[in-house]
Design a protein around this ligand. Sequence first.
Ligand code: FAD
Length: 280
Amino acid sequence: MNADPRTYSLELFPPQTPEGAEKLRAARARLALLRPRFFSVTFGAGGSTRERTLNTVLEIQAEGHRAAPHLSCIGSTPESIRAILDQYRANGIRHLVALRGDLPSGMAQPGTFRYANELVEFIRKETGDWFHIEVAAYPEYHPQAKSPEDDLLAFKRKLDAGANSAITQYFYNLDAYVKFVDACQAAGITAPIVPGIMPIASFANLARFSDNCGAEIPRWMRKKLESYADDRESIRSFGLDVVTQLCERLLAHGAPGLHFYTLNQVSLTSELWRRLRLSG
Ligand code: FAD
């Protein structure tokens, strides 16, 4: 393994069923061979998904790996966040990804904290320097942002509130990241901004995700992916080439690491790591 100081990490989502938990254990055992710096685990809005995040994080930690639970403002109160932070501290978890989250349809109450900066501020006030706090960044801008300038200010507020570093929404336009980092530097932001990387397994799923979260699939990629229709092998091969090249360019540009949205799948992320010769 080399001594690359950059941070390579993997994101998982918590399983919904005992069978899902078993599958995820098997996937994690294989992903752990990549030696990521940490595994992050997403967080949903309902009470039961919260338990699943905690359980998954504790399993990861018991397996000897660093785990970073995500935490969101949705439906939260200072008391509920305090209880979660206490649980994490009691279990030696020192890394969090703090988010606003999105209100699920049918859920009326966003929670006491309206934006992620308020959550970060609360975590710092309650727990001092215990946690390394990551926040989200959007090189192609958050879909609800009033303007790029407003979004940059909102991002800066999260860092000023005490976040240590950021992970971006995924993107396929290198320029979006480069220009976003330039704008951050011009605004005095020095925290590491790690690109989020989405491997490509299926065009339909990717298109749906991208429409929801505001990530752009460039027209040339969309056209190619559409042309493969159900030919999964061609999609896989094209996606691996495109994403490998994006990662190589990001690293050449000085990106401080890469964070892979694994969607609990092993093969694409493993192949990307092999091609990029990464180690955590
Ligand atoms: P914020 O930083 O609060 O920003 C949200 C929007 O509000 C932006 O448009 C911003 O410009 C605007 N804004 C911020 N502050 C203000 C203000 N004071 N006044 C007016 N406007 C303001 N979601 C989950 O539910 N669970 C997860 O586990 C999860 N993990 C994620 C991990 C990563 C790395 C990323 C990039 C996203 C993740 N998400 C997750 C999705 C995220 O919750 C959504 O993108 C959400 O819409 C925004 O969250 P945020 O923390 O970026 O919000």
